[in-house]
Structures are given as C-alpha cells and as structure tokens.
Design a protein around this ligand. Structure first.
Ligand SMILES: CC(C)(COP(=O)(O)OP(=O)(O)OC[C@H]1O[C@@H](n2cnc3c(N)ncnc32)[C@H](O)[C@@H]1OP(=O)(O)O)[C@@H](O)C(=O)NCCC(=O)NCCS
Length: 486
C-alpha cells in the first residue's frame, strides 16, 4: 500500500525498461549539475579552522532548502512525492474520520530498491559501534541550519531512550550505507505508539530522526526512506503514523509556534551567540532580567522515583479525554519516558502530605557542541516534555523547575507554544523564536485541531536540537483540567 510514487527507486522487480532504469539508478544519487563544492577539495584534509571557515561561507551563500515554511508557500509548491501518498491534500476540508486507504492486501515482501552503490542496513543499536555511527551521522547532519558554530551532540544514551521505548522493533531502525566504504548516510526510525485520535483508539508508529547526509541532499533519498519504512511498518499490520516537521507538507493536522527560550545562563548564551537570543540586550541587563532565586518554594517537590510510575499514570490517564490527539501510555511507557536518566531526562513530582502525587513536570536534555569558541565547548538545553498541574499553579511549578534545571547546569530552558500557557511563558521570561512546527498523520483523515488539543508523540526540529521525541505539556487548569501537549 501507500507507495505509488513512480520515482527513481520504486519497487523491487518493477517493470521499467531495464537499461534506462539501471542507468537512472546508477546516477540517482550522484551530484547533479555544477560540481558539488564538497567534492572539489577533500575538505577533511584541511585544517579544522579552514574547514569551519569554508562551511560557514557555504552556509552564508546557500539559498537553503526550497521546502515551504508557510501554508502560502506550500500552495505554490509541487509535492512530487507527498502527492502520491495517502495524506490529505492541502486545502481539503475534512469533516470525516478514518483511513485514507484501506489496509493493503499484498504488502511488498522485498525491500525497495536503492540506487547502485547503496544498501539498506537495519541498525542494531545494541552494538556500540553501530550506535556510535548513528550518533555521528546525526550529530554531523541532523541540523537543518548549520553555520558551523553549534552542533547537536546526541549521546548514545539519549538515542537508546528515544529509539527503544517498550515494544520497539529492530527492523524499524533503518539505515542506508554506501557499499564501497560502509559509511552510514541515511536514517529513519519508527517506534510504536498507541494514540487516541478524537474518539478513536489506534495503534500506529511515531516517525523519528529522518536524516540524510549533507552531501546527499536534494537527491530524493527521503521518499525512498519513507517508503521502505512504511513497508516495514505495514508488515507488522500497522498503517498509520504520526510525525512532525518544521516544513509544511500535505497536510498538517495542527501547527504551533514551537520554541520559547528561557536563558538560565545568559552570559554563556550571549558569548556563544545562541540562535534566537536577543543579541541587542546588553549582558548586565540580560543577567538581571533572567535572575532566578537560589531555592525552590513548592513543598513536596522532588525527583521522580520508580515507585511514582503508577501515581503518574493515574495523574495523567484521567485527563486524556480532553484532547483530540493524545497518547495512551502504559505503566511501562510511563516508566520508560519519565524515570530520570542522567543527561537524558528529568522528572519532578509534587507529593502531597497524604502521599498522592498532585503535579509533575518532565524535561529532557539536549546537548550541543560549541565549535571554534575560545572558552565554551558545549551547551546544555532542557526541553519541556510533560507538565501536569493539579494543585500547584503552573507558573509557580515552572519557576521551581527552572531553578532546579539551572542548578543542574542547564544553560537554557525551551518549551513549545501552547495557547493557555502564553501567560506563564511570558511571565517566566521565555522569549519566542520564529519557528513553527507542524503535526501530521499518515493515512488518516480527521478535522484539524488547535495545538492545545494535541497531546501527542512528536519531535522538535530545525533549531540546534532537532529530534523526534514526544514532548508535551499538560496543564490541569482550574478552568476544566485541559491538557496542553507539547
Ligand atoms: C529532511 C531531510 C532528510 C530532507 O532531505 P532532502 O535531501 O532535502 O530531500 P530529498 O531530496 O531526499 O527528498 C525530497 C522530498 O522529501 C520531502 N521531505 C523533505 N523533508 C521532509 C520531512 N522532514 N518530512 C517528510 N518529508 C520531507 C520533500 O517534501 C520532498 O518531497 P516532495 O517532492 O513531495 O516535496 C534532510 O534535509 C535532513 O536530513 N535534514 C536534517 C534533519 C531534519 O531536519 N530531519 C527532519 C526532521 S522533520
């Protein structure tokens, strides 16, 4: 099912004129047109500083990806691949709920063909050298914008956390390698997720870490990765997926302005020229503005322990009905996603005098390398993952979380834009970046939803810390226990 794009690599054993097709496959991922600037010199042989200067210049002169960032741009774009897929067309008015295509009767048994010189590789992340290779691919290539000053620094522990939740499958960690040197040049992953879409419960997958090596961009590797992953997911009897992207594809079910920054270490952020930070502000003013108390206020606030899993499960479960798109988390998943792991994720709970859990906040860690800086070598960002407030005010809770995060050495706290939370974001001195994030469902139609009705698995992308994780923000307000996810 799903795979109707008659582009360069569709179908094992497809019936096109063989020699033409072979030629096309052979040339498919070779640089086209003018010479690839990276091919003109062996960049690796230059001193590091020179390499950085060249890359910075290439970045400055690059016109960037032509993919639409807004709906207006999207309406003028031709989606050669996505127009062949079971996703709603841009502009469609959708009032019904259900799959776009019924499940296919025959799912192709052979993998999709890759151009000559490339092969599929199912990545066994329990093998530490394979895991290191994936870290390397993502750390060097996962950023949408790279001016060679800050690079993501995904750790092996982080990747295992996000790619191996309960019931993960090996065959959904899909890599592409160059035959001649076995170099990993492409990756895409799926992890299982149970969700509720409006009133319908569905088993589907969440797509994560789509990444193509910089030197192989704009050569249509992405459609092949998506098709092969779809085939592997279909083989397990699943026909829907949820994913998010910074670009507009057909067709978002929801969109939000996605990144709010709250400096915890303004001096360092200014020194490294952190993207999105107000550079016009002088240092003293930034320090004064972002000052936080030394100690937390909320009684009963403490890090989550294993014993809290069922309390958190109860705290979260009863409120799922308030959302149009929400995950259905098992106790095992709660433990996996929330139990604190050093340099991966943190969760704090508020325990009432009678031992019940009234509130929780979870955030995950995204580390970056600072390149070519005389003093700083790394940055540590906290990303708000989940927050549930029952007894404590959201701003009070978040203020204490900022204090905890600062004391743990985080340089910045990031959160997504959710309508109900604007008040606390602004009150706590978060400032808004101009990026948007769009949410998508594959092979499922339903009416669009506002972001504060979405409580789902997703990713954040396109700033320095791009990753697919499920990130959410939950607020039980006095006004009706609404959940704001992201
Ligand atoms: C995203 C990325 C894999 C796209 O690679 P690319 O070389 O620019 O694109 P390709 O030539 O391989 O494929 C183009 C097709 O993929 C689609 N595409 C591009 N980015 C996509 C995304 N994030 N999700 C889904 N489809 C995407 C394009 O829309 C296009 O299809 P169309 O003809 O229907 O418009 C690559 O830019 C990358 O690795 N970026 C850094 C990591 C990242 O941002 N990952 C995605 C996070 S959402």
């Amino acid at each position: 099912m799903f795979l109707r794009d008659k582009n360069l690599t569709d179908g094992a054993g497809g019936g096109l004129a063989k020699s033409k097709k072979k030629q096309k496959r052979e040339n498919a991922w070779k640089p086209e047109g003018p010479k690839d600037p990276f091919a003109m010199v062996s960049l690796d042989s230059l001193p590091e500083k020179k390499q950085q200067e060249i890359q910075k210049a290439l970045h400055l002169f690059s016109l960037g990806s032509s993919l639409p960032k807004t709906l207006q741009q999207a309406k003028k774009h031709t989606y050669r691949f996505w127009d062949t897929q079971p996703v709603p067309k841009l502009g469609d008015v959708i009032t019904s709920h259900g799959p776009i295509e019924e499940r296919g009767t025959c799912i192709q048994s052979e993998p999709y063909l890759l151009p000559q010189g490339f092969s599929w590789d199912t990545l066994d992340l329990s093998n530490t050298s394979v895991l290191r290779e994936l870290c390397h691919l993502l750390n060097e290539n996962y950023m949408e914008e790279d001016d060679n000053t800050i690079r993501s620094d995904f750790s092996p522990e982080y990747l295992l956390w996000t790619l191996q939740p309960p019931n993960w499958l090996l065959q959904w960690h899909l890599g592409v390698r160059v035959d001649s040197n076995k170099k990993l040049v492409g990756f895409i992953a799926a992890v299982p997720a149970d969700v509720k879409i409006y009133e319908i419960k569905k088993q589907l997958v969440q797509v994560k870490f789509l990444c193509v090596h910089k030197k192989l961009r704009l050569k249509r590797m992405t459609p092949v990765l998506i098709r092969e992953l779809t085939r592997r997911v279909n083989q397990q009897g699943l026909f829907q997926a949820v994913y998010a992207a910074g670009t507009v594809l057909p067709t978002p079910i929801s969109s939000c302005r996605y990144q709010w920054h709250r400096p915890l270490n303004p001096r360092k952020l200014m020194e490294v020229n952190y993207p999105g930070l107000k550079q016009s502000m002088n240092l003293q003013r930034a320090i004064r503005l972002n000052h936080l108390p030394e100690v937390t206020k909320i009684k009963g606030l403490r890090p989550m322990t294993k014993e809290d899993s069922s309390g958190i499960h109860l705290l979260l479960e009863k409120n799922f009905n308030n959302f149009h798109l929400s995950p259905l988390l098992s106790p095992q998943e709660i433990e996996h996603w929330f139990l604190p792991k050093e340099n991966v994720n943190d969760t704090y709970v508020v325990e009432a005098d009678d031992g019940t859990l009234t509130d929780m906040v979870s955030f995950y860690t995204v580390c970056s390398r600072v390149l070519n800086h005389p003093i700083h070598t790394n940055l540590k960002a906290a990303f708000l993952f989940y927050a549930a407030c029952n007894a404590t005010g959201m701003d009070e809770l978040m203020q204490d979380i900022l204090i905890r995060a600062k004391s743990k050495g985080f340089d910045i706290f990031c959160a997504l834009d959710v309508m109900d939370n604007l008040s606390f974001l602004e009150k706590l001195k978060f400032t808004l970046s101009d990026k948007s994030l769009h949410y998508y469902l594959y092979n499922w139609m339903c009416p669009p939803m506002s972001p504060n009705k979405v409580l789902t698995v997703l990713k954040n992308s396109s700033c320095i810390e791009a990753l697919f994780v499920f990130q959410c923000m939950l607020k039980f307000s006095e006004l009706g226990s609404s959940w704001n996810f992201f």
